[in-house]
Ligand binder design. Structure first.
Ligand SMILES: *[C@@H]1O[C@H](CO)[C@@H](O)[C@H](O)[C@H]1NC(C)=O
Ligand SMILES: *[C@@H]1O[C@H](CO)[C@@H](O)[C@H](O)[C@H]1NC(C)=O
Ligand SMILES: *[C@@H]1O[C@H](CO)[C@@H](O)[C@H](O)[C@H]1NC(C)=O
Length: 377
């Protein structure tokens, strides 16, 4: 027991030491990920997100697959930066304070499926990194030309002071559940994690220093995963109705991600890397919904799902001459899940509140101080 106490004491001393320093004042955020943090990329590249998405904050569809803001939006607010424009959006964008390379359906590893089969994005993490490189080099060119573009571009010297955020991996697991056995997927995790590490390493070589890495959520708790399950075997679902095996896979992914982030701390001596346990924030909410003012965690707010008819949020479908519409529920702020796959704005707000102050991070420092390298444990 004395051993545990000492570890805890050292960590909190380190946290306090960092807390005595002024906040980082990140000039920009560069984000990489999937629909959990896509602020308009896939919507611009393919078909626009439709109503009623966006209605509870933006009052119209805003490129996000949510009724309002995402965790990345709450991060931007917290750091007093504007919401991130999607790199792929060709109109109405402002990249002065960063850019968002995330797209809905993105994976870490390039998939073998035809583009967009099963909702897989063509913009896997390696492509997002190519986009970033292009963004950075074109910014440098344009910025030095003193033209009217300048006001909407970051200052070239600010790239190394920015916060680099990641929320990706969920779709690698989802694709694995579709195509691989549990054993094969488990065996693939080290390769997935290595490809993630290569992306971080590449950005480091480009001058990035502060990294904020979200782990993956309890994918087995997404209503889309449980919607079609009838009469499950005992033990298949956990006490909250989540698919136990899928969550175990997510936890294995997270264990290996955390190990890799630890290794990167030694390999990239000037990097400040924060590993953020988003899984616990999400699962904590799902396992304790009633006390947090939410309804049944597996209930879907937007869409029509009754009598074996599934009409997704915003869809209109005619079945046997009857029109069905995937409408929003009456009280979206009491739902954890918005559309069966994506969290509601209310849930995102709750999750952001849990992760921003560092209580679920390693090292345990808030996002405002994520530029400081934490003393070695
Ligand atoms: C794609 O297919 C190749 C060859 O069959 C295989 O080696 C690779 O692991 C596959 N990639 C993914 C992400 O499934
Ligand atoms: C539509 O009609 C088919 C054939 O009669 C029937 O099997 C199915 O349940 C009906 N679907 C709905 C939603 O009523
Ligand atoms: C962080 O915020 C959460 C949620 O508001 C709170 O429960 C927790 O005690 C806070 N932790 C710290 C270290 O401030």
């Amino acid at each position: 027991m004395w051993f545990l106490k000492i570890v805890v004491a050292v960590v909190s001393v380190g946290g306090v030491a960092v807390m005595g320093l002024p906040p980082c004042e990140f000039p920009a955020i560069y984000n990489f990920g999937d629909s959990n943090s896509d602020t308009g990329g896939i919507s611009a590249a393919f078909e626009p997100v439709r109503a009623p998405y966006g209605e509870n904050y933006f009052r119209k569809p805003a490129g996000r697959v949510c009724d309002g803001r995402l965790v990345i939006d709450f991060i931007a607010e917290h750091l007093r930066l504007p919401y991130l424009s999607a790199y792929l959006n060709s109109i109405g964008t402002n990249f002065r304070n960063g850019a968002n390379f995330a797209t809905g359906g993105s994976t870490i590893r390039r998939q073998n499926e035809t583009i967009f089969e099963n909702g897989i994005s063509p913009f896997s993490l390696d492509i997002q990194i190519v986009h970033f490189d292009q963004f950075k080099s074109r910014t440098r060119d344009l910025y030095n030309q003193e033209n009217s573009e300048r006001a909407k571009l970051p200052k070239p010297e600010e790239f190394s002071k920015a916060l680099y955020t990641f929320d990706i991996g969920q779709n690698d697991l989802a694709a694995g559940f579709r195509k691989l056995s549990d054993e094969q997927l488990r065996a693939a995790i080290p390769d997935i994690i290595n490809q993630f590490a290569s992306a971080v390493q590449h950005l480091y070589e480009q001058g990035a220093r502060a990294f904020w890495v979200h782990n993956t959520g309890p994918i087995g708790c997404l209503p889309v995963a449980t919607l079609y399950i009838r009469n499950p075997q005992p033990g298949f679902l956990d006490q909250y109705g989540c698919i136990r095996g899928q969550n175990e896979m997510a936890m294995e992914f997270n264990r290996q991600l955390k190990d890799k982030v630890n290794k990167l701390r030694t390999q990239l001596p000037n990097a400040a890397l924060t590993y953020v346990d988003v899984y616990s924030a999400k699962y904590g909410l799902i396992s304790n919904t009633k006390n947090q003012g939410f309804t049944d965690p597996l209930k879907i707010c937007c869409g029509y799902h009754q009598n074996y008819v599934n009409v997704w949020c915003g869809q209109k479908v005619s079945i046997n001459g009857t029109q069905f519409y995937g409408a929003s529920c009456a009280a979206p702020s009491t739902y954890i899940n918005w559309d069966g796959v994506h969290y509601s704005q209310a849930a995102n707000h709750h999750i952001a509140d849990r992760i921003l102050n560092g209580s679920l991070s390693e090292p345990p420092i808030p996002i405002t101080h994520a530029c400081y390298k934490h003393p070695e444990k």
